[in-house]
Design a protein around this ligand. Structure first.
Ligand code: NAD
Length: 492
């Protein structure tokens, strides 16, 4: 059983330290509702200490001068240690977030994979170009790290999402300061321990805990932080963009979603329902790419609803550490109240709410049983706003054009899923959908080489594959004369 530390401290310049202010905050186990421990609360002065350490490691320390081969050995060491502590990391993540252990085990594996993948990408793909201009010039480009990267993560999949940022930031040669979400500090602390065990040079990777408006905002405003990779709510993203303007930071924004799954009558219904149910109820419904709107061709609407009702009744709710559990508690009582508020709103807006029964043993805990909202019109708030819980809005359509119109009629544009056997329609529709990513006849299966990100209110920029290089590095061009080209003579 993983050991949960009673006190979590910042990791700054290779050491575990208290806040300058001495302040702390507590964090909860969402399943038991019990306080797990205290976390040091960071403010501007703690962020500054971490940024200065990261800057020293980049400018004066070994990191900036190290050979790429040596740097990538550290990155791969991270992967080895994440694998070594994989079971512990999965348990900590389940205890911290309420995510079922069967799902956090995969996330721990993916966390290691994030490091291995970026080590191999940098080795093979971080390459410049050369342009020869007759026998006069050779012009070439190189990709350089920027310096200190600020990484700000949400609570919904903290281990996977933080490693998705730390790995490319370090592999490309930056140093980093991570500001994890206040509700979920546990795996960030374990990653700091792993950095120490890996012998990572001091200051290369730092973690500062604290609230968004104080610690997070200080990281965004810090003049020595060159870029901010942010994953979180759209409204937070807009605030960060405003606050980052004064110091002209490079920004990557991975934000919210209200993604459609479009189900045509000719689809393989059993596979489509498996994918739709997994897509919205896995990770307790707290999933940015969740297909939270199911658009169903009207001819199969009744059958789909009947089968969905039967399926949600059989989904297993329970203790996140029980391997049989499919849906655990929501992250926090505050978030539970927010999701419950949307279910109440759905009723007020005229939707029919169908819920799986909540086992008696779980009453009083922040569970929302898998929920269907039927008779939903896409103009309702429950069809437009991100609920971020196990709630599926089901909306009928008659034609392909209507499905497209409904799919695009939201402010978000993260993911879309299309289920049909008509290959022309699948591609035609994919290309007209306003989303960063489309899956055809598939659940959300990720290929780390491809770009991840959204359009419209779902984000700006792409990470993943070589697309991460556009963000974590800067291209420099070097012009070299290889002959005596003419130079205008002034004042001869
Ligand atoms: P959030 O925006 O409330 O918080 C995210 C992080 O930002 C936290 O660490 C928080 O402390 C910090 N923060 C808050 N205010 C800040 C400020 N003013 N300056 C700097 N930092 C600040 O998001 P959340 O509730 O933790 O996460 C859920 C959201 O994340 C959902 O909207 C979900 O869709 C989104 N998300 C998106 C993706 C994606 O890849 N697109 C992935 C996962 C989650």
């Amino acid at each position: 059983m993983a050991i949960v530390p009673a006190r979590i401290r910042h990791f700054i310049d290779g050491r575990f330290v208290e806040s300058v202010s001495g302040k702390t905050f507590t964090y909860l186990n969402p399943y038991t509702g019990k306080v797990l421990g205290e976390v040091t609360e960071g403010f501007q002065e703690d962020i500054d200490r971490a940024v200065q350490a990261a800057k020293r490691a980049f400018v004066d320390g070994p990191w900036g001068k190290m050979s790429v081969a040596e740097r990538l050995r550290y990155v791969e060491r991270f992967a080895d240690l994440i694998e070594k502590y994989g079971d512990e990391l999965a348990e900590l993540e389940s205890i911290d977030t309420g995510l079922p252990i069967s799902q956090t085990k995969n996330q721990a594996a993916r966390a290691a994979e994030n490091f291995r993948f970026y080590a191999s990408m940098v080795r093979s793909r971080l390459v410049g170009e050369a342009y020869r201009v007759d026998d006069k010039f050779i012009n070439y480009t190189i990709y350089k790290p920027l310096g200190v990267a600020g990484l700000i993560t949400p609570w919904n999949a903290p281990l996977m999402l933080s490693t998705w940022k730390i790995a490319p930031a370090l592999a490309t040669g930056n140093t980093a300061v991570l500001k994890p979400a206040e509700w979920t500090p546990l795996t960030a602390n374990k990653l700091a321990e792993i950095a120490a065990e890996a012998g990572l040079p001091d200051g290369v990777f730092n973690v500062v805990y604290g609230f968004g408006e104080t610690a997070g905002a200080s990281l965004v405003a810090h003049p020595d932080v060159r870029l901010i990779s942010f994953t979180g709510e759209t409204t937070t993203g807009t605030i960060i963009m405003k606050n980052a303007a004064d110091t002209l930071k490079k920004l990557s924004m991975e934000l919210g979603g209200k993604s459609p799954a479009i189900l045509f009558a000719d689809a393989d219904l059993e596979r489509a329902l498996d994918a739709v149910i997994w897509g919205v109820f896995s990770f307790n419904g707290e999933r940015c790419t969740a297909n939270s709107r199911l658009l169903v061709e009207r001819t199969i609407y009744e059958e789909v609803v009947r089968r969905l009702k039967a399926r949600i009744d059989r989904i297993v709710l329970g203790d996140p550490l029980d391997p049989k559990t499919e849906v655990g508690p929501l992250i926090h009582p505050e978030h539970h109240a927010r999701v419950q508020g949307y279910i109440d709103l759905a009723r007020q807006e005229g939707a029919e709410v169908v819920q799986a029964p909540l086992p008696e043993a779980l009453t009083g805990k922040p569970f929302i049983p898998p929920t269907l909202l039927l008779g939903v019109d896409n103009r309702m708030r429950v069809a437009q706003e991100e609920i971020f819980g196990p709630v599926l809005a089901v909306i009928p359509f008659d034609t392909e054009e209507e499905a497209l119109r409904i799919a695009n009629d939201v402010k978000y544009g993260l993911a879309a899923y299309i289920w049909t056997k008509d290959i022309q329609r699948a591609h035609r529709l994919s290309q007209r959908i306003e989303s960063g990513m489309v899956w055809i006849n598939s659940q959300n299966v990720r290929d780390l080489r491809i770009p991840f990100g959204g359009t419209k209110a779902s984000g700006i920029g792409r990470e993943g594959g070589h697309y991460s290089f556009d963000f974590y590095t800067e291209v420099q061009v070097i012009h070299v004369a290889i002959g005596d080209h003419p130079i205008p003579k002034f004042g001869r």
